[in-house]
Design a protein around this ligand. Structure first.
Ligand code: KIV
Length: 307
């Protein structure tokens, strides 16, 4: 990293043309106005800054970081401390987007009291503006909402239920499961959820839920009728080593870009073409002469400081 140009905390000029800070009421208003909500995950300062500058409305610090950042096989292992750590980094970068922290597996499953206290930790210790919980955890959502914390539900393919579902399978395909997901969606909204992520459900089901619910739906693998869409940052940029799911669209091939850049760097180092003379610091001419004359003898410190 350049020692002189790190802009931590600086206001981004790219954000100047965008609308005001996004909040939970602003997301509801977007649904009311029929304005699509854009959402994307981010897990660190640099990527969150880029996502925010691009005008994305909602940034989710997803527990998908377990896989795409930490290299686990699924989302189950990621801890509260790891989620807090990454949410803090994202919070430091974001000026406009609504920042949502994903509650990790185990942080709300033992009791409502523990789930509530972990939701409070996200707000107090990481700067999250909302939390997201998977599944129809109606009483937990009610408790979090009552504690003045915006909360987002997540139904359909809920990756934390991997073992119960027997794999990552599209959900709500039968009359009975469609009836159930609709009932759960209404129950979450009534309990105080401010928005609902619908993942891995048929587009027709997502469309009906979106039309019926008073709160915005944000789809991933749920078709185009949702009030908003979310993708995983690494999927959008082709930064994952596995074949993409059907619903993923690669908007760029960052893997190829990064591979080429790093290979070029390695070759330049191997051929001694990096760094160039222009990329090197120099002594002033007055200090260079004695150095050349007495190879091996160091110039005086006071001369070096001025270089
Ligand atoms: O963890 C995650 O990335 C999610 C999705 C909804 C994108 O929960």
């Amino acid at each position: 990293m350049s020692l002189t140009s790190f802009p931590g905390g600086a206001k981004s000029p790219r954000l100047a043309s965008l609308t005001a800070k996004i909040t939970m009421p602003a997301l509801s208003e977007m649904k009311r106005q029929g304005k699509p909500i854009s959402a994307l995950t981010a897990y660190d300062y640099s990527s969150a800054r880029l996502v925010d500058e691009a005008g994305i409305d909602l940034i989710l610090v997803g527990d998908s970081l377990a896989m795409v950042v930490l290299g686990y096989d699924n989302t189950l292992a990621v801890t509260m401390d790891e989620m807090l750590h990454h949410t803090r980094a994202v919070h430091r970068a974001v000026q406009r987007a609504f920042v949502v922290a994903d509650m990790p597996f185990g942080s709300y499953h033992a009791s409502i009291a523990e789930g509530l206290s972990n939701a409070i930790r996200f707000v107090k210790e990481s700067g999250a503006e909302a939390v997201k919980v998977e599944g129809p955890r109606i009483e937990l959502v009610r408790a979090i909402a009552n504690a003045e914390i915006p909360v987002i539900g997540h139904l359909g393919l809920t990756p934390q239920s991997l073992h119960r579902m027997g794999g990552y399978r599209v959900q709500a395909r039968t009359a009975e499961t469609i009836r159930q997901i609709k009932a759960d969606a209404h129950a979450l909204a009534n309990a105080g959820a401010g928005a609902l992520v619908l993942e891995g459900v048929p587009r027709e089901v997502a469309e009906e839920i979106t039309a019926e619910l008073p709160i915005p739906t944000i789809g991933i693998g749920a078709g185009p009728a949702c009030d908003g869409q979310i993708l995983v940052f690494h999927d959008l940029l082709n930064l994952t080593p596995i074949p993409p799911a059907k619903f993923v669209r690669h908007y760029a091939d960052a893997s190829a870009l990064i591979h080429t850049a790093i290979e070029n760097y390695r070759e330049d180092v191997e051929h001694r073409t990096f760094p160039s003379d222009e990329e090197s610091y120099h002594l002033p001419e007055t200090a260079r002469r004695p150095l050349k004359a007495n190879r091996g003898e160091l110039p005086r410190i006071s001369t070096l400081r001025k270089a």
